[in-house]
Ligand binder design. Structure first.
Ligand code: NAD
Length: 460
């Protein structure tokens, strides 16, 4: 650490108090500087991601730089209108007045990012923090050193540290950061660390966004187009080596179509990654030995029907299908976060309820079916962050949809305009007029209650 975190925080808070970041011109200039440098360094970003866990260039564009560039372009295009105070209809109860919502920056914000989309999950919140007019400290993941060094390099080369900076480090640095008083904390990571963040934030009543994980189910009924479902599930499950918060965690399929579905999945894995996925340039590796062992352990005492090969020296785990594990097995205990896909079966809707009800509210939910009443039943029955019917993960790609969890899978949401909303407080303002003063509300109240009730009935 070049300087103490206290010092840094003091400087950022002091800079925020100057009001400089409240200027929309200042924010736009900052976003444009960011755009120029990330355009220039795009190849370096892809290279860093490859060095960290053999992520292919295609996947890096699809799930990292492409998303960041689109968010940045949108923020640059829309910031002036997002940041303008919005006039809302005034209440007759306050007549005569003009009512507004002002979008106020929080102040100095902390962004803590995970390793699995190490560039995107640090940069998209940062775009929101800058757009919102905050000063920001970003703590990228210690598990992707190449990408995190590059993020630091990019940010420190274009921003004063009083405005935006990076603090690198692992758990102890993260905890030191969390012990300070921030005006907002945006955390992406595991549920267990999310609870640590929430506790630390509660100490100062700091508002938080928690983008967490969980076991996201994928329900398939007998009306689904099985081959197409298998193709879309293989894509969503094995992208990034299965290390995606919204990857389908496990399948619940109607018992009579399971056999056919497994054949389709096996076929699709071959089509995507060849007979030996280890040789595919498109198939990423597990991030580190600890996670490799965590995943390998899940393969003990279960029936592997596809894949199952592992190589510790290369941190390789093949795309793997596990048949009917018990809900108590290792693979069903927690979020898998790797290329292992358990398949459970159901006979009736109660079975689906029993399985999904066994877990906390998931981050995502996927349904493959052509039966609208079944689809509507599932959508209404279960609480989850967001989901897709007849595909996987693509809800992440529409910036008009707020992305986030519910309950155990997270608090808050972002993307597109929602990111700007996340990093600003909606300050409600009434400008009351002076030309008339309706006397009903003032004491003495005697004889006024009837008029008050009528007023509420008419205008409340
Ligand atoms: P993680 O929770 O281990 O780490 C996330 C960040 O927290 C890192 O920067 C790390 O340094 C810090 N950290 C780790 N332990 C800490 C502690 N004890 N105290 C304070 N800070 C600590 O998560 P990860 O392994 O990097 O990422 C995987 C998890 O993130 C998965 O559970 C996944 O579902 C979730 N995730 C969620 C989203 C989402 O958008 N909802 C996106 C990606 C990943």
């Amino acid at each position: 650490m070049k300087e103490s975190i206290n010092n840094l925080l003091d400087k950022q808070q002091e800079f925020f108090r100057t009001g400089t970041t409240k200027s929309v011109d200042f924010r736009l200039k900052a976003l444009k500087r960011l755009k120029a440098i990330i355009n220039k360094r795009e190849e370096d970003i892809h290279e860093a991601l490859y060095k960290d866990f053999k992520k292919s260039e295609f996947e890096s564009v699809l799930s990292e730089t492409g998303i960041v560039n689109a968010e940045l372009d949108l923020a640059i295009k829309k910031l002036r209108s997002w940041a303008k105070p919005k006039k809302v209809r005034a209440s007759m109860l306050n007549f005569p007045s003009s009512d507004y919502i002002y979008k106020d920056p929080y102040g100095t914000v902390l962004i803590i990012a995970p390793w699995n989309y190490p560039y995107q999950l640090a940069m998209v919140p940062l775009i929101g923090a800058i757009s919102g007019g905050n000063t920001t400290v970003v703590k990228p993941s210690e598990l992707t050193p190449n990408t995190s060094d590059l993020i630091e390099d990019i940010i420190t080369s274009i921003f004063e540290e009083t405005h935006v900076t990076v603090v690198q480090g692992g758990v102890s640095i993260s905890q030191e950061l969390l012990s300070k008083r921030w005006d907002y904390i945006f955390f992406t990571g595991s549920v267990s660390v999310g609870k640590i963040v929430a506790k630390a934030a509660a100490e100062h009543l700091t508002p938080v966004t928690l983008e967490l994980g969980g076991k996201s189910p994928c329900v398939i009924d007998e009306t689904a187009k099985l081959a197409l479902a298998a193709k879309r599930i293989v894509w969503g499950k094995f992208l990034n080596g299965g290390q995606t918060c919204i990857a389908p965690d496990y399948i619940i399929i109607k018992d009579e179509v399971k056999g056919r579905f497994i054949k389709c999945i096996e076929e699709e894995i071959k089509l995507a990654y060849g007979a030996n996925p280890k040789q595919s340039v498109d198939y990423p590796r597990i991030i580190n030995t600890k996670n490799f062992h965590r995943l390998k352990q899940m393969l003990n005492e279960v029936t592997v029907v596809v894949g199952g090969e592992t190589d510790e020296s290369d941190l390789y785990i093949a795309p793997t299908i596990v048949d009917e594990p018990s809900l108590e097995s290792e693979v069903m205990k927690d979020e898998i976060f790797g290329p292992i896909l358990p398949i459970l079966t159901y006979k009736n809707n109660d079975d689906i309820d029993t399985i999904i009800g066994h877990f906390e509210k998931p981050l995502s939910f996927y349904i493959f079916s052509r039966d609208n009443s079944f689809i509507e039943f599932l959508l209404e029955k279960f609480s989850f962050g967001g989901g897709v019917v007849n595909d996987t993960m693509i809800h992440y790609g529409n910036h008009k949809l707020p992305f986030g969890g519910v309950g155990n899978s997270g608090i808050g949401g972002y993307h597109g305009k929602h990111t700007f909303e996340t990093f600003t407080h909606s300050k409600s303002i009434i400008r009351k007029s002076n030309w008339i003063d309706i006397p009903v509300r003032y004491a003495p109240y005697e004889g006024k209650i009837k008029s008050l009730k009528t007023f509420f009935k008419l205008f409340g």
